[in-house]
Design a protein around this ligand. Structure first.
Ligand code: ADP
Ligand code: MG
Length: 347
């Protein structure tokens, strides 16, 4: 049985503007973490607000454990929410913030349950501190403990990490994912950050202009994008047009393998890490066709990132992004062969 099922969810704020959410559909299994990822303004928060009950859909269905919740007020839905600004009570300690949310727990169990939740988010030593005495990451964990205190059947997280600085964001994300998995809480995370969606979620739904364009595992949406929007939103992508004949296509980069058989005109996506390069005056690359050896471009820029390097290579008036490991190191101006390492994805 699906834990949550959303069908045909649509919301329009004004008759003369396009819908903020347009026929969205997705499902969530028990203890699954689903990510809804897309650019700012694509309808993510509106989707969460409809699930939480703060916004009424124009049409569509929201089923929690097979029961429609569309007509229930927010407080009857047993859905927990954590937003970007943690909204803790500023004049209450960590303990009192969590205690306040334990209204479903019998009175005599509340203190021990609060301590258990505080320990679960790793804040036992901070239990008696006030919110302003905590770091952003710690405040976010208090917000999470408080949301879990109400024993939600579903937890909704709206950009919860975006106020944290980069170092804290990574570790907070890792901790919270581990914690949600241990507690087996079904969760929807909304974010505009593709890395966050790919690393935090079991399933990712990519949203664009109110519509969900593709849903799947992080690997499948990243490696097999179905649209150019999904390919470009989830990372950098080189888009190529070509003419396919079965399992290869003729493109500006010569004849290259494609991941799914096709015929006729196609648009292809090659991730920067699926291309590599070799200096023209070094050893000739093995296993390349004549045609590939004709793909000689010039490095126009180099972005060094410690463990890897991203190059921009100009070839026949088009710039290609190429991502190599640190050992393939060339200066701008170097003439290089451009070599695909994986079949291109047909969009
Ligand atoms: P996201 O969370 O993906 O950034 P939102 O769901 O907040 O996007 O917004 C989607 C679209 O709906 C935007 O164009 C936004 O301006 C519009 N919108 C959101 N809330 C309202 C509202 N209460 N009234 C009118 N328009 C709204
Ligand atoms: Mg939003």
């Amino acid at each position: 049985m699906r834990h949550l099922e959303v069908r045909g969810l649509t919301k329009r704020f004004a008759a003369d503007s396009p819908p903020a959410v347009d026929d969205a559909a997705f499902t969530l299994d028990p203890s699954e973490i689903l990510g809804i990822v897309g650019p700012s303004g694509c309808g993510k928060t509106t989707t969460l607000r409809m699930i939480a009950g703060f916004e009424r859909p124009d049409s569509g269905e929201i089923l929690l454990d097979d029961r429609s919740i569309v007509d229930l007020p927010p407080e009857k839905r047993r859905i927990g929410l954590v937003f970007q600004d943690y909204a803790l009570f500023p004049n209450r300690s960590v303990l009192r913030n969590v205690l306040f949310a334990l209204h479903r727990t019998p009175r005599h169990d509340r203190l021990s349950r609060a301590d258990e939740l505080i320990a679960m988010v790793g804040l036992s030593r901070e239990r008696d501190r006030m919110p302003q005495e905590l770091s952003g990451g710690q405040q976010q964990r208090v917000a999470l403990a408080r949301a879990l205190a109400a024993e939600p059947q579903l937890l909704l997280l709206d950009e919860p990490f975006s106020n944290l600085d980069a170092a804290l964001r990574d570790s907070t994300r890792r901790d919270i994912r581990a914690l949600l998995k241990r507690a087996r809480v079904s969760t929807i995370l909304v974010t505009h950050d593709q890395d966050e969606a790919l690393s935090f979620c079991d399933t990712v739904a990519v949203m664009h202009d109110g519509r969900i364009e593709q849903t799947g595992s992080p690997e499948s949406v990243y490696l097999q994008p179905r649209t150019s929007f999904v390919a470009q939103f989830l990372g950098r992508a080189n888009l190529l047009s070509g003419r396919a004949t079965g399992d290869a296509a003729d493109t500006d980069l010569g004849r290259i393998a494609i991941a799914t058989p096709a015929t006729g005109d196609v648009t292809l996506s090659l991730r920067p890490e699926h291309l590599t390069l070799r200096a023209v005056d070094g050893d000739a690359p093995d296993g390349c066709t004549e045609e590939q050896l004709a793909c000689v471009g010039e490095i126009v820029s180099r972005e060094f990132r410690g463990h890897d390097i991203t190059y921009r290579v100009r070839f026949r008036e088009t710039d290609f992004l190429v991502h190599t490991d640190y050992s393939i190191d060339h200066a701008p101006g170097t003439r290089v062969y451009l070599i695909p390492r994986r079949p291109a994805v047909v969009l």
